[in-house]
Ligand binder design. Structure first.
Ligand code: ATP
Ligand code: MG
Length: 398
């Protein structure tokens, strides 16, 4: 039987809210690790212990834990009785194969009632390991760190920490509607909100049949990757090609991108009301493209009363690209597609839209009808994890 010790983002979880955050994290963990033989989830002093019944499942447990928000880091550990000799015996038995350049033993005595102090335990067990293996001790920069945690009534040992996904537990931040294009930015924007505990409902606007289905497939693949973090997702695919065509008949070309964006926001707000979301999320970055000037973002946002969150607003393209690569969305995002905003769009959109100008351009349009039509013709798809993950593996030859 193996345990995994999870350490959560301590600061955020302090105080009265801690049990509430912890409950969300534990509930999410149980779902994330479903099917892997988890026997029990316990809470020994400031950490969470996941007891895994099958040793063979540990690799998959570690893999899935990388997608659980609210975990700062974790260790695959062994639980032993609270006895220095027993801890030493266990460690000597389980020491990793191979020769590290050096090692150190680090003890955290969370239960101060245990009479042997940390440095004493470190010296005793470190001495046994050095004698048995001939390894040298290096306290500053060891090749291997052996961790021991003393908690009430029991102890754990492990051979290192692995980084967790950070952030706050899924479900603690409320729901948002994330506008997911096929590009690099919007999945990263959605992920950043999700990492703060928000659950995202995804919305993608497409211009099929005027353009290919490619953008929808990309949105699905991106939604599937993001679903690893929140385990189940809803993606709403909204056709706006016909609406865009009608907009071209009535709105001067330079203003169209803004009018399309405002329509997207109105539709997204309708969806937000249905799913109980408190805000919209986009991948806008100041000055990245013509439609993302401060003036244009203000005019776009003015179409709706919900707050519009733009978590990438101050980031450089290089930083966003690096984040997309770490997240795994980058290869999907760079697959060529035809973005709906390129359809019926002029080469030189307005960079400083004025609200009165846009509102008067919209006056001749049945905005309400457009919004309803878009919602009516949209399709909702659901994504579940871990089932979805296996479907995501690259096909042979692709
Ligand atoms: P991205 O890389 O996210 O596509 P971008 O730099 O291409 O961003 P824009 O095309 O101006 O920027 O889009 C700005 C934001 O508007 C996107 O990040 C996304 O949140 C939203 N958006 C744009 N097009 C769509 C779409 N077809 N469906 C859903 N959301 C969209
Ligand atoms: Mg785009």
């Amino acid at each position: 039987m193996v345990s995994v010790l999870l350490r959560y983002q301590e600061l955020a979880l302090k105080g009265k809210n801690r049990p509430w955050f912890q409950r969300h994290l534990i509930r999410h963990l149980r779902r994330a690790l479903a099917g892997l033989g988890v026997r029990e989830v316990r809470v020994p002093m400031g950490q969470i212990e996941v007891v895994v019944g099958r040793d063979s499942a540990v690799a998959e447990v570690r893999e899935r834990l990388r997608y659980v928000f609210g975990i700062a880091n974790f260790s695959v550990a062994t639980r032993v009785s609270l006895d220095v000799d027993a801890i030493g015996d266990g460690i000597l038995r389980d020491l990793p194969i191979g020769n590290p350049s050096s090692f150190r033993v680090r003890v955290r005595r969370a239960d101060k009632r245990f009479p042997v102090r940390s440095p004493e335990i470190e010296r005793a067990i470190g001495g046994r390991i050095a004698a048995a293996r001939g390894w040298s001790v290096n306290l500053r920069d060891p090749g291997l760190t052996i961790g021991i945690e003393i908690v009430p009534g029991e102890a754990f040992y492990h051979f290192g920490k692995e980084p967790g996904a950070g952030g706050l537990p899924t479900g603690t931040g409320g729901r948002v509607v994330a506008l997911l294009s096929g590009g690099i930015d919007s999945p990263v924007a959605a992920w950043r909100m999700m990492r703060r505990g928000c659950t995202a409902t995804f919305v993608h606007f497409h211009s099929y049949p005027f353009l290919s289905r490619a953008s929808q497939d990309k949105a699905r693949e991106l939604a599937a990757i993001l679903t690893r973090f929140q385990l189940s997702s809803r993606l709403q695919l909204v056709p706006i090609g016909e609406i865009q065509r009608q907009v071209t008949l009535a709105v001067p070309s330079a203003l169209r991108v803004i009018v399309y964006r405002r329509l997207m926001f109105r539709v997204a707000t309708r969806i937000a009301a249905r799913v109980g979301a408190h805000g919209l999320v986009t991948g806008d970055v100041v000055g990245q493209v013509a439609s993302q000037t401060l003036e244009n973002m203000a005019v776009t946002g003015a179409a709706v009363s919900l707050p519009v969150f733009r978590p990438l607003i101050g980031m450089d393209k290089g930083e966003i690209t690096a984040a997309a690569q770490r997240l795994g969305t980058y290869p999907v995002s760079i697959v060529p597609d035809e973005d709906c905003c390129t359809l019926f769009t002029p080469r030189h959109p307005v960079t400083r839209a004025r609200l009165d100008e846009i509102e008067s351009a919209e006056r001749g349009l049945p905005i309400e009808e457009f919004t309803e039509q878009a919602i009516r013709q949209s399709v909702v798809e659901r994504f579940e994890c871990p089932a979805m993950v296996s479907g995501l593996q690259p096909r042979p030859g692709s």
